[in-house]
Write a protein that binds this ligand. Structure first.
Ligand code: ATR
Length: 276
């Protein structure tokens, strides 16, 4: 029987998940199709209900529904419950179980880049679903100093109190940290967007790793500034690949073909660069 999967969000047109998951399913010889499920809010409930169908393995969830979907699920895995955000839903015989692979995907990407988390100081920019996943993952992995800043300060305060972090002002100096992580969607506006984040990278220690979790464009405004300042940096692609690999393993129970997934993402990114 052919089965289906998809990504639920709005917008989902930019998402690389269909390409990487389709490539992974093909490489693993699994007869399933992965769809883009563009979902306006009034259709969210019906969309989630449709995941219970026998031929559906589950779904990914993206902006803006990672927090909204929780009440629609039958069960939420402990880490996803703590985070309060779900990016992966598994259909287990009509029962929907929510997971969060963003945080673990982020840790796997940092590890792959050679950066070890234990005892290091982090400044997170953003306090949405993605930031929550990363903040809880960093705490669990033994991060030292953890500071959170957000355009809307209340959200930073709430998240900081949950992960024993310090809420700091939007635009806070980056000089104290070993790693700065942009967990906002600002980078999606493109490298030359006027809406640059108000952080001065010139004051960073030379070894400070600058991370942007956005992967389209692959070089966001923040990554461009980091490169210009000579700082080490990491774009959102490795995290996307690792969160996708963990989701694939949850849906299929099979090891994810990580290099196939990475190649598929790179192929789409390079062809869309040629078009624009
Ligand atoms: P996700 O689940 O992907 O994290 P989200 O919950 O909608 O999505 O969170 C988006 C994050 O990007 C938030 O931290 C948001 O800041 P606010 O809490 O102030 O809304 C941040 N963000 C989005 N657009 C922004 C902008 N133009 N400037 C600064 N921060 C922005």
């Amino acid at each position: 029987m052919s089965t289906k999967l998809g990504i639920i969000g709005s917008p989902v047109s930019h998402s690389l998940s269909p390409a990487i998951q389709s490539a992974a399913l093909r490489a693993a010889g699994i007869n399933a199709s992965y769809y883009r499920w563009e979902t306006p809010l009034p259709e969210l409930s019906a969309r989630i209900a449709s995941l219970r169908e026998q031929d559906c393995l589950g779904a990914n969830v993206t902006i803006p529904y990672k927090q909204t979907v929780l009440p629609f699920l039958d069960e939420v895995a402990p880490l996803a419950g703590e985070i309060g955000a779900v990016n992966t839903i598994v259909n287990n015989q009509g029962q929907l179980i929510g997971y969060n692979t963003d945080g673990s995907g982020f840790l796997a990407a940092l590890e792959e880049s050679g950066f070890s988390v234990a005892g290091k100081g982090f400044l997170l920019i953003g306090a949405g679903g993605a930031a929550r996943g990363i903040a809880f993952a960093l705490r669990q992995a033994g991060a030292g100093l953890l500071a959170i800043s957000n355009r809307t300060p209340d959200r930073a305060e709430t998240l900081a109190s949950e992960v024993d972090a310090s809420p700091v002002a939007f635009g806070h100096p980056v000089s104290l940290y070993d790693c700065v992580v942009n967990c906002t969607s600002v980078g999606m506006q493109g490298p030359d967007a006027k809406a640059a984040l108000p952080y001065d990278l010139a004051t960073a220690k030379p070894s400070t790793l600058i991370v942007d979790i956005v992967y389209t464009p692959e070089e966001t405004g923040l990554i461009k500034s980091a490169r210009a300042a000579g700082l080490p940096c990491l774009g959102g692609l490795p995290m996307l690949i690792h969160q996708g690999a963990l989701a694939f393993e949850l849906w299929t129970g099979r090891p994810a073909p990580i290099e196939t997934m990475r190649e598929a993402a790179r192929e789409v990114l390079s062809s869309s660069e040629h078009q624009s």
